[in-house]
Design a protein around this ligand. Structure first.
Ligand SMILES: [Zn+2]
Length: 280
């Protein structure tokens, strides 16, 4: 059940308009994240030159650059040369718009919401780059490890605290825990498998998750990322012709689990604990 804390404040029409506006803003941000995922690892500017067809170089005009709609109208092809445009542009926009709307639906007018939108955008970017290049960008991992303590001191409600010192302490503890857990996993994996089982980018990313969201988010993220990573690995072995030892990026799983925490982490945990409350 969603907690629409604002349901008494807004009429249904206002709620619909606001939801539509948030979805549309998420689509536009997703469109920009697509550009970032492609260009930043290649060292290119994300603002100039404007978007152009990778095949024929024709600049994409504004009416061919409307999220979701242009892709559908052009059936995923360049208007000039008909070269196919990757469906991930469409999917990246749809995913970001949907995540922004879901965060609003679950969080309502919480002061956490703008922070969670921002963290989600950073995680979508990091997941996209990891998916393509097996690298998690330092601007998200190290950036999050640095920004987390600063934001937590300035806005201690990020950790449900009122004092800046307690927000900072929660962030430092989360950072140490996130970094520490995956660092130990990577050392143990190297000893057991005699190769790198875990990229150092994953270690830094979980440190950033802990610094921004706290130690509870770290445990939740490790659990759900391991679960979805294992399922994805088995599915690739079963259906994708991959070997059990082949490399799959773990960053997207960490990012997805951390976003799930921001949406509904406490609810999922209390639902789970409730399973045991009456039984024993
Ligand atoms: Zn073209």
């Amino acid at each position: 059940m969603l907690r629409f804390a604002f349901v008494n404040v807004l009429s249904p029409a206002e709620l619909f308009l606001l939801s539509f506006g948030i979805f549309a803003a998420g689509l536009c941000i997703g469109s920009y994240l697509n550009v970032c995922i492609w260009r930043i690892p290649r060292g290119e500017s994300t603002v100039s030159p404007g978007s152009h067809c990778p095949k024929c170089g024709t600049p994409i005009r504004w009416f061919d650059n409307i999220p979701l709609l242009s892709y559908l109208a052009l059936r995923g092809r360049c208007r000039r040369c008909a070269a196919p445009i990757s469906p991930r542009y469409f999917l990246g926009e749809l995913a970001t718009g949907s995540l922004f709307l879901l965060l609003f639906a679950f969080r309502g007018f919480s002061p956490l919401l703008p922070f969670y939108w921002f963290f989600t955008a950073a995680l979508v970017f990091a997941a996209g780059v990891d998916f393509d290049h097996f690298i998690l960008p330092d601007r998200v991992t190290l950036g999050g490890m640095l920004a987390g303590p600063v934001l937590s001191a300035a806005f201690p409600f990020l950790h449900h605290e009122a004092l800046w010192s307690r927000g900072l302490a929660a962030s430092a503890f989360g950072l140490a825990m996130g970094f520490g857990i995956l660092y130990l996993v990577s050392v143990a994996g190297r000893l057991a498998l005699r190769r790198d089982a875990m990229g150092f980018g994953d270690v830094k990313l979980l440190g950033a998750v802990g610094a921004c969201l706290g130690w509870q988010a770290v445990l939740f993220t490790v659990f759900f990322a391991s679960l979805s990573g294992t399922l994805a690995g088995l599915a690739l072995v079963a259906f994708g012709g991959k070997k059990l030892a082949s490399r799959i990026p773990f960053g997207p799983h960490l990012a997805a689990a951390a976003i799930l925490w921001m949406m509904a982490g406490e609810r999922i945990v209390s639902w789970y604990l409730g399973l045991f409350a009456g039984g024993f």
